[in-house]
Ligand binder design. Structure first.
Ligand code: NDP
Length: 434
């Protein structure tokens, strides 16, 4: 806290992990002698740079660019790029820190990193987005490589942005490498990668519900966000017979009491991915409620799947969810629940899983994309989906193993943190003081 006083999200993420691994850590005095905590909390490397690009009016714009290479003991740095006006170093450090443990949980050989820019694609033309992505890559390409650091998408970085950055990387290096994941299917992308985070979160949720013999079918679900993660979360919920009644964007949320159907989801995908419109238009199209400037957590439902951004469920929202009878909260987004809100869920003994476990399906399939690129092979949809399923089952089993408390309650936060930490810690110990 003294070293990084201006990075509240980073301190929040570190505090949460340290608060849950203490018991396990104390069993290993060798970790303490090796000053493992400080070495694990401070990123290996932070790269910060200026990105200059020309807008459609011919004016030169500047943005900040970052890559945080957090830890690479178990594999090359791996983690998304976020383009959003709120991006700063503290947020990327929190995301890179979380990513290290998440990637450890996936069972695949990937280290943790995260990067991005305070550039917002919102309201920009296609040509402006392309010029920005190209300018961003003219600096980033020096710091990444297929065995060094392999970025992917995150908020504001989808297939379009990944493709523009990939094109520039290729141009600069004369190399075709699987340097980014989330690529188009025509040039090394993996089937199921766009779906992976949302599908993976629902697979994890189904596992959680099973521990209490609850079926997802017929359950009412609140989803936040309407981007990549939210869309495929909704798709899988529909497929499994659940009814999703909300989704949102940074302006507000819609409430559809009849549930978002396949046809309505197609509308959302077209609206958000192609027309780049606002979710309020859904309310106009289908004649349902739209609430400006609010989040969906005060609506009644059985399950909540936050899939927008960090700290979107505060204590008040958590209390409302519990009072309204929610049985499970599973995080598609990274750190969407504040520490006070987590306490509300855990005190109420509802099923609650943190993003580093529940949303690990995205990076897991990114890892599978790296494998396919190395092999120069493409696996079928069924093959990738089956592997995603297996990985989410393994993560769930690890959470149960390390997180089950004396009264039988599964503390998924503790389980995920301990399982993720132990693997990284052991690898760090084995590799010496470097
Ligand atoms: P997208 O950019 O595709 O979608 C983000 C959605 O969240 C949009 O609807 C956006 O609204 C909304 N949103 C963004 N910021 C805010 C905010 N400050 N307040 C309210 N709403 C906001 O991103 P993704 O779906 O990829 O990412 C969503 C979350 O999932 C993030 O936390 C990300 O880190 C996490 N995640 C993503 C993975 C992936 O594979 N993509 C993997 C693991 C985690 P608007 O359109 O108005 O900007």
């Amino acid at each position: 806290k003294q070293r990084f006083p201006n990075e509240p999200e980073y301190i929040q993420a570190v505090t949460q992990v340290l608060g849950t691994i203490e018991e396990e850590y104390n069993k290993h005095p060798e970790f303490d002698r090796a000053n493992l905590i400080e070495r694990l909390c401070i990123p290996d490397r932070v790269i910060e740079f200026r990105v200059s690009w020309v807008d459609d009016k011919g004016n030169v714009q500047t943005n900040m660019g970052y890559r945080v290479q957090h830890n690479n003991v178990i594999g090359p740095y791996k983690g998304g790029l976020r383009f959003h006006k709120s991006v700063n170093l503290g947020i990327l450090k929190f995301l890179a820190f979380e990513q290290t443990f998440k990637n450890s949980l996936t069972t695949l050989p990937m280290g943790g990193g995260k990067g991005g820019s305070d550039f917002s694609p919102r309201g920009k033309s296609d040509a402006e987005v392309m010029r920005f992505c190209q300018a961003f890559m003219t600096e980033l390409y020096r710091h990444i490589g297929p065995d060094e650091d392999v970025p992917a998408g995150d908020i504001g970085v989808g297939g379009r942005e990944v493709a523009y950055m990939f094109g520039m990387y290729k141009k600069l290096t004369h190399q075709w490498n699987g340097i980014l994941t989330g690529k188009g299917l025509e040039f090394g992308g993996s089937l199921i990668r766009p779906e992976a985070t949302g599908y993976g979160n629902v697979y994890f949720l189904v596992n959680m519900l099973k521990t209490r013999n609850i079926d997802i079918k017929g359950k009412t679900v609140l989803v936040s966000g309407s981007g990549n993660v939210a869309q495929y979360t909704i798709e899988k919920c529909i497929e499994l017979g659940a009814k999703v009644v909300t989704c949102s964007d940074s302006d507000g949320y819609i409430y559809d009491p009849d549930g978002i159907t396949r046809e309505k989801l197609d509308y959302i995908m077209e609206l958000k991915n192609i027309e780049r419109g606002r979710i309020r238009e859904y309310a106009e199209e289908y004649g349902v409620k739209y609430v400006e400037g609010a989040k969906p957590w005060f609506e009644k439902a059985d399950i909540a799947l936050p899939s927008a951004t960090q700290n979107e469920i505060n204590e008040e929202a958590a209390k409302a969810l519990v009072a309204n009878g929610v049985i499970a909260v599973s995080e598609g987004a990274n750190m969407p629940t504040t520490p006070e809100a987590i306490k509300v869920f855990q005190d109420a003994k509802i099923l609650y899983s943190p993003g580093k476990a529940a949303n690990a399906g995205g990076v897991a399939v990114s890892g599978l994309e790296m494998t396919q690129n190395s092999e120069r092979l493409s696996w079928s949809r069924e093959e990738v989906d089956a592997k995603l399923h297996d990985i989410m089952n393994d993560i769930h089993a690890n959470c149960v193993k390390y997180g089950t408390e004396a009264d039988g309650y599964i503390n998924y936060v503790k389980g995920a943190n301990v399982a993720g930490f132990l693997k990284v810690a052991k690898a760090m110990m084995a590799q010496g003081i470097v």
